[in-house]
Ligand binder design. Structure first.
Ligand code: CMP
Length: 138
């Protein structure tokens, strides 16, 4: 069964919509395999966002992602990566349709409520970075 990684970002935490976000995934039949609150460090963000490190928005993005603890979760299900991305909507919340998580709760590109892995290999990388074996459940 496919697995994917979701973060509820600082704006989702500030808005206190953790339950609502998880509810969307559970209603779609996705299963929770791992769940925790973590504070992202600069070291971790340098690895996580290595492909964005030279972008002008990287410093602001890092500062935002470290600004408060985030919820990290692993979800599993058939076609989980794309299923989650469909539920989440496009990166830019202003372009996301109503009914998607970003369309309903997001404000901008940065304040877009959640991160979701964009491919299966990327999901494996992100899950390994944030979760140990004993934190994941069948
Ligand atoms: P995500 O896909 O989770 O990971 C990369 C993040 O960078 C992305 O979400 C956005 O929140 C952020 N991002 C992407 N493009 C921009 C941009 N042009 N300005 C600010 N933030 C951005």
């Amino acid at each position: 069964m496919e697995q994917t990684l979701v973060l509820i970002k600082p704006d989702g935490m500030e808005k206190q919509i953790v339950g609502k976000v998880i509810d969307r995934f559970e209603r779609a039949g996705l299963k929770l395999r791992g769940l925790k609150l973590i504070t992202l460090t600069q070291e971790l963000l340098d690895t996580w966002y290595a492909h964005h490190k030279d972008k002008p928005f990287f410093p602001e993005l890092s500062a935002f992602m470290k600004s408060r603890p985030v919820v990290a979760m692993v979800l599993s299900g058939e076609n989980a990566v794309n299923k989650v991305r469909d539920l989440v909507g496009p990166t830019d919340s202003t372009k996301a349709l109503k009914g998607t998580i970003r369309g309903d709760f997001g404000e901008s590109i940065q304040k877009n409520i959640v991160h979701a892995s964009d491919a299966l290999e990327r999901a494996e990388f992100e899950i390994k970075l944030l979760f140990t074996l004993v934190e994941l459940f069948d």
